[in-house]
Each structure stands twice: as structure tokens, then as C-alpha cells.
Design a protein around this ligand. Structure first.
Ligand code: ADP
Ligand code: MG
Length: 741
């Protein structure tokens, strides 16, 4: 509607701005049409004014409505904006009012002008008519004058009209400006409306939310109320049932109380009775204690008696067991032959010839098998120790033999075998893992300590070696080399002095070695010192100790003498621990000179030992003790009821097969003698190809021709080494002369 008005308002000024011919035309139009156009314009302006007034009223109404709707949100930003807008609108309204008044004034003025013009036109028209009449009566020059006057008056009118039009134009512009402002206001109003609508929608949404939440809360409240009522009801019911139960219980308790009263009476009387008992209890207790004590003393006495009885029986059993053991060993010829197979170690290398050729029977620890060139031979001994056996296992087997020397028996333990088969390892061992020698002495110390209440026992040791059939004392040293003065006197000796084995001058037929040093030992320290001395002496005079040791027999002679403190009975036992020279047949390799002599001497002594053991085991009437220095020296420890153990050492490697077989044959021969005929031995020897092995070991059976008739020393009387009549001493030196460490 506003844009339509804007289009219409420009028509009048264009007409007012017309050119001279147009103006003339307008003049003629005015003459013909009179005031028609101006009136039309006036009407239009009045209409427009009315319309604007209506529009303004409409706006005011809307504004009123907006004010009403916006009263809710006074505090917010839009409220402020609205207030501003309202102020602006009020200003605009004021301005509009002023302008409307101005317009009214203008309209009034225009009306006056038009009125004036109309009057003038009428006057002019009258004049024209008068002029026309006069003209008709008068000549031309006066007409000219009138025309001129009209023109002049017409131009003034035109000027007034133009002014009026210009004013009108100005007013139109003002109205347009006002309209634009009104449109902007309208636009702002619409924005405010929109914002207000949004806010209203939000408010409605919040209200709906509030309503919903209130509804939910009401529901929850209602539910809680219901729940509470239900819980109260339940609790009430429960309380009622509980009350009922309590009442019932109360009734029961009342009943019980009624029934308990007699029981209480009984209890009270019982209590009184017990009180009386308690009063009497200490006396009763004392009586009972005394009675029990008496019974216990009696029982203890009886137990002591039984214990003593049992102890007596136990001792008797022990003696019997010892006797049985001794008898068993005696029955087996007092000679046991054991075999120890050493392990293959890193020093042996990894060649083919270091392969293991020995196997064992898991069910029989007295058997071993040697496999070579596709053939397997079985050897049977008293016991076989496999490579994994440790020093303690070996000692376990021999310790009974060792303790028997305290009881007065003579014992010999030999280590037999080729060089490198483990003889020294078994007898001496290493400081960390000692062998039979040190363990034997430790065991003897233990036994001596155990028997110290009844026996005064003395242990002495000697160390000797037999090399090339010569006996040498290993404890004697060059006096210059002994720092300790007291020891110098005791140990001073020419290291190369050859010792002799002699018959005791007391006519007892005993043998002794004049000058052989015996040292009394009382502790492990003492043993270590003695062993060290022996080792040093052995090493001092020979460049290659190992070589030397493999060609000489080393003897550790332990003597145990005892005096029974109550009976005064004396006993003497001797333990000979012998690390024999290597059993390998050196002579075969074509050795000459001293080496050949060494080999011959070794062969001779080992052969003699075999012969002696065989002869002893087969209970021959003659034992060839004198065939070697070794057997001669050990004569009294091999004969009679002495006990002998031969530990045959073998290497399990293929390269040692010949020596291993020879050693095992020797062992088997020694062991099987007791079984008599060769038949049995042949049964055990499954290897048929004897020629496969070099059979240069001692002969397979004792040859009668070899046995020398021993001198009377060989017939040492049985039982002489056991508990003997007082005064019988077996050692060769006077005990007073014994050096002690
Ligand atoms: P032998 O005295 O017969 O010449 P050794 O006792 O000197 O032989 O032993 C030769 C090597 O074999 C030594 O190095 C020794 O330690 C080792 N040996 C021997 N027997 C065993 C064994 N049972 N366990 C471990 N090593 C052994
Ligand atoms: Mg050795």
C-alpha cells in the first residue's frame, strides 16, 4: 500500500515543471477545465492523509498489543530492546503528529490559494467576457492590452502554483521519509514479534517441561506414598506376628520356668554335693598323686630293668652279629674282592678309543660286562661300583672292616689296577672329597671317642713305600729339612735308608721293621700333617711323582692299641691301606735297564700278592708270603683271621680294554679260589676267545710250584690279634718310643 502511494505522488510536479508551450497549453486547459486537476490532487492528498491516519492507528494498535505481550519479559534483553523501540515509536508518533499538523496547514493554505485562484479566474473570465463584449464594440489595440494583462496575471498564478507544488513536493518527501521510518519501525516491530514469539514458544516449552516434571514428581510422590503405606502395613503385620510368637514363647518360658524349678532344686543339691567334693578334692588328689607316683616309680624301675635287659640283649645281639659277620667273612676266606669302574672324564679326550665298553646288570650289583669286538664277557665279583658311585658309597662298604681293627683284627685293603684306573683316587682322594685313608682314620677317631669310657685307645700311623723291592720310610726326613726341633729328633732319618723286615727277637714269630717311624695321631689335623709329610717325602727325591707312584706300592699302616680300663686287657689291631703299583705290563713293551727291573719287580710283587691271596682263600697249607717284600711285610695282616679287601680299579674306555680284562681276570681268580675247582670259574667266564686278550696277568689258578714254604711267621696264630692276654703287643716299637704330633 505504501509503495503504491509513492508511485502516485510524482505526477503533479511534472506537470508543474512543464515548458512554455506546455504552460500555454496549461493556460488554455485552465481556461477550459478550470480548477479540476488541483481539486483532484487535493482529494488525493486528503485520501492519502486519511489512509496514513488509519495506518498509524493500526500501528498504534499493534504497538499496544506488543506492549501487552512483552510485559512478561521485562527483565530480558528483548524487553530492553522493546522499550527502546517503544521510545523511538513514541518519538516518531510525535514527529508524525507535527507533520500531520503541518500537512493540514498546507492543505488549508492550498485550499486558500485555490479559492483565490478560482476567484481570480472568475474575475478574469468576467473581464474576458467583458473584453469580448468591449472588443466587439472597440478596435484591436485594447484587446492586445488585455491579453497581456492576462498573461501577466497567469504567470503569477503559475508561480504561486509552482510554490505550492514545491511545498507539496517537500511534504511528499517528508511523508516518504516518515513512511520509510515507519517501515523500518514495522520491520523492527516484526523482529521483536518474532523474538517475542520465540521467547513465548520457549516459555511455553519450559512451562510444558515444568508441568511434566511436576507431573512426574507428583507420580513419584504418589508412588512413595503408596510404598510407605505398604511398608507400614507390612511392618505392622510382621510386628503383629512377632508379637504373637513372643507371646507364645513367653508362655513356653513360663511353662519351662515352672518345670525348671524342681530341676533347679536338684542342681542346687548337686552343687552342694560337689562343693563338699571340692573341699575333699585336694586330699583325694594328693592320695591319687602319691599313688600314681608310686606306680610311675614302679613302672620306671620296671622299664629300667627292661631297658637294661634289652641293652644286654642288644649288646649280645651286636656281638653275635659281629661274630656272624666275621664268620661270614671268614667263611668267604676273609677276602672280599670289589670292583670300582671309574668315570670317563674330560682329561680322557673324545676319541673313538675313549668309548665306554663296560655295562652293568641292574638286578645284580656283583656283575659287570665288558664288550669288545662284538663279544661280551661277564665278570662276577663280590660287588661292583659303577662310575657314578661316590667316595662315601665305597667307604660305606668297607667301614665295618675298618672298625674291626679296633677289636684287634688286622685288616688289609688293597687298591689294584692299571695306572690311571683310580687307585689313588679311591685310597687318598682329594682334600674336598677324601678317600678311604682319611675317612678310615676319622671313623677310628669317632670309635675311640665312643669307647673312651671303657678303653684307652691309641692310634699310630706309619707310611712306607716299596719300590724295586726296597722298603722306604715315607715319614723320615733329612734332619736339616725339619724346622721343629722336637720333631727333628723324632723324624730325623736318612731318606734313602732301606728298611729291613725282621723277625721279632722275643721269639713270638712276629715280624717287625726296625726304624719304621710311627706317629701317634689324635685329630684330623694330625692326619693331614702326616699325609702331607708322606707326600712331600715322596715328591722330594723323585722328579715325576706320578710316574714314581705308579711304580711303587704306597702303604699307610694304622695301628690301634687298646687297654681295657677295667680288665686291663690289651688289644692290637692293624689297618694296612695299600695303593698298589700300576698293574700294567710294562715289560711287554720291550723296556730295558732300570725300567725293565721296575716292571719285573712290580710283576713279581703283584703275582706274589695274587698267589698269597689265592693260597689263603683256598686254605693252602703253605702261603708264599716271602715271594715279595709286600706280602712279606703284610704277612701278619693277611694270614690267620685277618681281613683282606681287594678293590680292583678299572677304566671303562676302549683303549684300556686289555688291562681292564686282565685286572678283572685277576680279581675273578682271587675271588673264585674259595669256590675251588676251575670248573666254576670256567662257568663264569663266557668269553671264549682268551687269545683276544693278552693274558699275561697272574696265572688263572694257583700253581703249586709257586708257593714257597713260609717261615714260622706265616703261621701267625689265629686269634692272636683279637682280645689277647695282657702284655701281647703287635707293633714293632715300644709304645714309649712313639712320636706324637
Ligand atoms: P691311579 O692311582 O690308578 O693311577 P688315579 O687315582 O690317579 O689313578 O686316577 C686317575 C685320574 O682319574 C685322576 O685324575 C682321578 O682324579 C680320576 N679318577 C679316578 N677315579 C675317579 C672317580 N671315581 N671319580 C672321578 N675321577 C676319578
Ligand atoms: Mg696312583
Amino acid at each position: 500500500m505504501i509503495s503504491c502511494l509513492q508511485e502516485d505522488k510524482v505526477r503533479l510536479p511534472e506537470e508543474l515543471n512543464a515548458t512554455e508551450p506546455q504552460r500555454q497549453a496549461l493556460g488554455s486547459t485552465l481556461q477550459t477545465q478550470g480548477t479540476t486537476d488541483l481539486e483532484k490532487h487535493l482529494e488525493i492528498l486528503v485520501l492519502e492523509n486519511d489512509r496514513l491516519k488509519q495506518e498509524l492507528n493500526g500501528c498504534q494498535l499493534q504497538l499496544q498489543q506488543l506492549r501487552v505481550s512483552l510485559t512478561g519479559c521485562t527483565g530480558c534483553e528483548h524487553g530492553k530492546e522493546n522499550a527502546q523501540l517503544r521510545e523511538q515509536t513514541a518519538d516518531l508518533q510525535l514527529e508524525l503528529g507535527e507533520k500531520t499538523q503541518l500537512l493540514a496547514k498546507l492543505q488549508q493554505h492550498l485550499k486558500d490559494v485555490l479559492q483565490d485562484k478560482t476567484e481570480r479566474e472568475e474575475r478574469l473570465n468576467k473581464q474576458i467576457r467583458d473584453c469580448h463584449i468591449g472588443l466587439a464594440k472597440q478596435p484591436m489595440p485594447s484587446v492586445k492590452y488585455i491579453t497581456k494583462r492576462i498573461e501577466v496575471e497567469s504567470s503569477r498564478t503559475k508561480q504561486d502554483l509552482e510554490e505550492a507544488q514545491a511545498r507539496n513536493h517537500y511534504l511528499q518527501e517528508q511523508i516518504a521519509i516518515q513512511r520509510r521510518l515507519l517501515a523500518e519501525q514495522e520491520q523492527q516491530l516484526q523482529d521483536s514479534w518474532r523474538t517475542s514469539a520465540q521467547l513465548q514458544a520457549q516459555v511455553m516449552m519450559y512451562e510444558a517441561e515444568l508441568e511434566r516434571t511436576r507431573g512426574e514428581m507428583l507420580e513419584a510422590f504418589q508412588a512413595m506414598e503408596d510404598e510407605k503405606n505398604q511398608a507400614i502395613e507390612e511392618v505392622f503385620l510382621q510386628a503383629r506376628t512377632e508379637m504373637k510368637t513372643v507371646h507364645e514363647n513367653l508362655n513356653g518360658v513360663r511353662m519351662n520356668l515352672l518345670s525348671i524349678q524342681p530341676a533347679l532344686k536338684t542342681l542346687t543339691s548337686d552343687y552342694n554335693c560337689l562343693k563338699n567334693h571340692v573341699r575333699d578334692f585336694p586330699c583325694l588328689l594328693q592320695d591319687a598323686v602319691n599313688q600314681t607316683k608310686r606306680e610311675i616309680y614302679q613302672a620306671v624301675e620296671e622299664a629300667q630293668k627292661t631297658n637294661q635287659d634289652l641293652l644286654r640283649k642288644y649288646k649280645r645281639e651286636m656281638q653275635l652279629r659281629k661274630k656272624c659277620h666275621n664268620e661270614l667273612v671268614r667263611l668267604r676266606g676273609n677276602i672280599r674282592v670289589l670292583c670300582r669302574v671309574r668315570p670317563i672324564n674330560q682329561d680322557d679326550g673324545t676319541g673313538l678309543d675313549t668309548r665306554n665298553i663296560i655295562s652293568f646288570d641292574s638286578d645284580d650289583d656283583a656283575v659287570l660286562y665288558v664288550s669288545h669286538r662284538g663279544k661280551t664277557s661277564m665278570f662276577e665279583l663280590d660287588k661292583v661300583f659303577q662310575p657314578h658311585a661316590v667316595q662315601a658309597d665305597i667307604f660305606q662298604e668297607v667301614q665295618a672292616l675298618i672298625t674291626s681293627c679296633i677289636d684287634g683284627y688286622n685288616v688289609c685293603i688293597f687298591a689294584y689296577g692299571q695306572t690311571g684306573s683310580g687307585k689313588t683316587y679311591t685310597m687318598e682322594g682329594s682334600p674336598e672329597d677324601p678317600g678311604i685313608n682319611q675317612r678310615a682314620l676319622r671313623l677310628l677317631f669317632g670309635e675311640v671317642a665312643e669307647r673312651s669310657a671303657d678303653w684307652d685307645l691309641t692310634i699310630t700311623v706309619s707310611m712306607a713305600e716299596i719300590y724295586n723291592e726296597t722298603l722306604r720310610d715315607l715319614l723320615g726326613s733329612d734332619p736339616q729339612k725339619i724346622e721343629d726341633l722336637t720333631m727333628r729328633n723324632l723324624l730325623a732319618k736318612d731318606p734313602n735308608e732301606k728298611l729291613e723286615i725282621k723277625l721279632s727277637p722275643d721269639g713270638s714269630g712276629q715280624l717287625y721293621v726296625p726304624g719304621l717311624i710311627q706317629i701317634r695321631v689324635q685329630s684330623v689335623d694330625d692326619i693331614n700333617k702326616v699325609f702331607e709329610l708322606g707326600r712331600v717325602n715322596r715328591a722330594t727325591d723323585f722328579t715325576n711323582v706320578n710316574e714314581r707312584s705308579s711304580r711303587s706300592h704306597a702303604l699307610l699302616i694304622v695301628s690301634v692299641t687298646g687297654i681295657n680300663l677295667t680288665s686291663g686287657v690289651r688289644t692290637t689291631g692293624k689297618l694296612n691301606l695299600v695303593d698298589l703299583a700300576g698293574s700294567e705290563r710294562v715289560g711287554k713293551s720291550g723296556a730295558e735297564g732300570p725300567r725293565l727291573r721296575e716292571a719285573q719287580n712290580i710283576n713279581k710283587s703283584l703275582l706274589a700278592l695274587g698267589d698269597v691271596i689265592c693260597a689263603l682263600r683256598s686254605k693252602q697249607p703253605y702261603i708264599p708270603f716271602r715271594n715279595s717284600k709286600l706280602t712279606y711285610l703284610l704277612q701278619d695282616s693277611l694270614s690267620g683271621d685277618s681281613k683282606t679287601l681287594m678293590m680292583v680299579q678299572v677304566s671303562p674306555m676302549e683303549k684300556n680294554v686289555n688291562e681292564t680284562v686282565c685286572s678283572l681276570k685277576f680279581a675273578q681268580r682271587v675271588r673264585s679260589v674259595e669256590l675251588g675247582p676251575v670248573v666254576r670259574r670256567a662257568e663264569n667266564q663266557h668269553y671264549s676267545s682268551r687269545q683276544d686278550y693278552e693274558l699275561e696277568s697272574p696265572s688263572a689258578a694257583p700253581q703249586q710250584g709257586r708257593f714257597n714254604i713260609s717261615h714260622s711267621g706265616g703261621k701267625t696264630t689265629a686269634g692272636k690279634r683279637r682280645l689277647m692276654a695282657s702284655g701281647e703287643v703287635n707293633h714293632r716299637q715300644s709304645p714309649a718310643a712313639l712320636p706324637a704330633l
